[in-house]
Design a protein around this ligand. Structure first.
Ligand code: 3NM
Length: 207
């Protein structure tokens, strides 16, 4: 289920990716997306395999960015695609019917198209300014609520998330909050993850 804190890994320049992800999982991250664009294929596979073990220990989902073959080979829970990557149909052929396919979207049109093509969830952003990714489209909270009204599949809000901004994105209808620097660049990724994760408890039904 796509809900809660959706942590995306950073570029692992410090080499602490596994330590930080483990802390974030303990803090309450529910989904981990492994995003490793410019590294050696064997190293990517080795880290993905270790992330898979960590995610299983914490009953969290593991999504692989960009590489459906890798997702299939390590039995990850799904793959995440950008607008310029292969189609949902092609990715589905590789990873199979029971896995998740997510797509990055930046407008209501892209969101509707992703849903029509069979995506299991969409990410929508950048909701707030961010320096983590170049060439973003700044979409804002208003378009986030428009997308919420337009599609039925789970909606992940991304871009520049702090706990306060995440709270307003949840109010605008996001099912999950995707975060890179807000957790991975924090001195205490476990505490940072917990702050995001706790936001979702507000919406739990009362006993
Ligand atoms: N995709 P941070 S924004 C990976 O808008 C990514 O599609 C975006 O990093 C999009 O949490 C983004 O540090 C970067 O702002 C998110």
């Amino acid at each position: 289920m796509i809900s809660g804190l959706y942590l995306i890994t950073d570029d692992n320049r410090d080499g602490y990716i596994l330590t930080k992800v483990k802390k974030a999982l303990t803090g309450g991250a529910r989904i981990i997306q492994y995003r490793a664009k410019d590294i050696d294929v064997n190293e990517r596979r080795a880290i993905a395999t270790q992330l898979q073990t960590l995610c299983r220990e914490h009953q969290a989902l593991l999504i692989i960015n960009d590489f459906p073959e890798l997702a299939r080979d390590i039995d990850a829970d799904g793959v995440h695609l950008g607008q310029d990557d292969m189609s949902v149909v092609q990715a589905r052929q590789i990873i199979g019917r029971n896995k998740l396919i997510g797509i990055s979207t930046h407008s209501v049109d892209e969101a509707l198209k992703a849903e029509a093509q069979g995506a299991d969830y969409i990410a929508f952003g950048s909701v707030f300014p961010t320096s983590t990714k170049k060439d973003i489209t700044l979409v804002g909270l208003k378009s986030l609520s428009m997308v919420r009204k337009a599609v039925l599949i789970p909606l992940v809000a991304i871009g520049g998330m702090t706990p306060e901004r995440a709270s307003s994105a949840i109010d605008a209808g996001a099912d999950a909050i995707a975060v890179i620097s807000g957790v991975m660049a924090d001195d205490d990724p476990g505490r940072a993850a917990r702050e995001f994760a706790l936001l979702f408890n507000r919406h739990l039904p009362l006993p």
